[in-house]
Ligand binder design. Structure first.
Ligand code: HAM
Length: 434
């Protein structure tokens, strides 16, 4: 509660206001268009899931599960969690509804996720992801397809300097070997590790590679490299992916320290980073997770996907001031009306014009003619329609060009009076001619 006594939004949760929501709608529509061109279909999962779903899939030692989940008992005493990500829910939904049974699936979703993190720019406690998940392909061609779609999306949005980083974690056997080698190396230099890294040495040593601490990073310079531990099969998989990406014109860098914050990955992992943006510059992350379906009770099914942070994407767009993305749907026509009968006719005209696809704002409530004209000017509309008491009696409307840029569009005079029956025709012809 604020000092004044009104209730505020919960910390880390933000409203998406009309000045911004048009960008969200555009990005979501664009995602749908780009994904559906390759046969991806949308899936919608519940926001609330059983807590065990996440602890069994994301990993009990990850930050997400150990300290960031919104978990509580429902009224029946069952432990439930507001989903911190979409992948586990998607797998649960797929198993439960038989989507993986002798089938391959290209799926996408969008919606809110919840993590109890320290809020800052680009990091919220309720945030939104657009995610893509593919089931039934173990080969790198599907990975190239998905990464190609990401690139298309960033290009269309004008975010070309979003860079792709890839790595391979190998299979579980080679990862276990690497883990042992890394722990051995770091244990020899334990005094140079910060508290967080010392703790992770026992719980989740691969996450130390992600440390932001400069001393730890210096120590990691000479640490064993995960790519040296890959099996022949994983090596071939990773090489093939690189070949496909190069052929597609998707540029990438290999970062052997990229491990991701969730434990379910094997082989390919990746992140898209926009270095112009600031600390939380990873806009999209994902990878292969061939073990999850079986781990959650389904039959073994290879899987690959990503989650894209919508808030970060939108903020990047706002920062680069992409003009094409800024255009809100501005009124083309503003209807001024005085008196009850005129208002009724104004609403009828608005209905007819919007049926024809014209964007129309109608004055509502009380207001003198003068006051309404001021609002009409402010609205940015090109055409004004005026229904005064006289026009209402005759079922007519006066039409006026409001925008200076188009002042000469009406040939004869500044203002014409026409029959209301002709309004849709006259206005649509007029707008088309501009
Ligand atoms: P993630 O890396 O945890 O992966 O999240 C994906 C993206 O969500 C991040 O790159 C970031 O843009 C955004 N994000 C994460 N946390 C926050 C936050 N607190 N505030 C704002 N944005 C955030 C996953 O969630 C996996 N499920 C991705 C995946 C799908 N892997 C395979 N399939």
């Amino acid at each position: 509660m604020s000092k004044q006594g009104h209730t505020r939004a919960v910390k880390g949760m933000k409203d998406i206001l009309p000045t911004e929501s048009h960008l969200w709608l555009k990005v979501e529509a664009l995602c749908q268009e780009i994904f559906s061109r390759r046969g991806y279909r949308q899936i919608r999962m519940p926001i609330l899931e059983s807590t065990s779903l996440f602890s069994r899939s994301i990993g009990a030692e990850t930050d997400i599960v150990s300290k960031e989940m919104y978990t509580f008992d429902d009224r029946n005493g069952d432990s439930v969690t507001l989903r911190p990500e979409g992948t586990a829910s998607c797998v649960r939904a797929g198993i439960e509804n038989g989507l993986f049974y002798n089938q391959q699936q290209r799926l996408w979703y969008t919606g809110p996720m919840f993590r109890y993190e320290r809020p800052q720019k680009g990091r919220y406690r309720q945030f939104h992801q657009v995610g893509v998940e593919c089931y039934g392909w173990s080969t790198p061609d599907i990975e190239a397809e998905v990464l190609g779609m990401c690139k298309q999306l960033f290009s269309v949005l004008g975010l070309e300097n979003t860079m792709l980083y890839i790595n391979s974690l190998g299979d579980s056997a080679s990862r276990a070997q690497y883990r042992t080698a890394l722990v051995e190396y770091l244990s020899q230099h334990k005094s140079q590790l910060d508290d967080d890294s010392v703790r992770r040495l026992d719980t989740n040593p691969l996450r130390i590679l992600d440390s932001k601490n400069a001393d730890v990073q210096a120590l990691l310079e000479n640490a064993p490299n995960i790519l040296d531990f890959l099996s022949e099969e994983s090596k071939q998989h990773f090489t093939d992916l690189q070949r496909y990406l190069t052929a597609l014109g998707v540029e990438f860098s290999i970062n052997p320290k990229l491990v991701r914050g969730l434990d379910y990955y094997n082989d390919t992992v990746f992140e898209w980073i926009n270095h112009d943006y600031g600390a939380q510059s990873t806009v999209c992350g994902g990878g292969r997770y061939d073990g999850m379906v079986e781990q959650l009770g389904g039959q073994a099914t290879p899987a690959f996907g990503f989650g894209m942070g919508m808030e970060r994407l939108i903020e990047m767009l706002q920062e680069q001031d992409a003009q094409s993305m800024q255009a809100e749907q501005q009124a083309q026509v503003f209807v001024v009306s005085v008196g009850d009968e005129a208002r009724l006719q104004a609403l009828t005209l608005q209905q007819a014009l919007t049926d024809s696809g014209v964007v129309v704002q109608c004055h509502m409530g009380a207001g003198s003619m003068k006051n309404q004209f001021k609002r009409a000017d402010k609205s940015g509309a090109i055409v004004g329609l005026i229904i005064g008491e006289d026009e209402a009696k005759e079922h007519q409307a006066s039409i006026k060009i409001l925008s200076r840029d188009h002042a000469h569009a009406l040939a004869q005079s500044e203002q014409q009076t026409i029959a209301q029956l002709d309004v849709v025709n006259v206005v649509t012809n007029l707008l088309d001619s501009l």
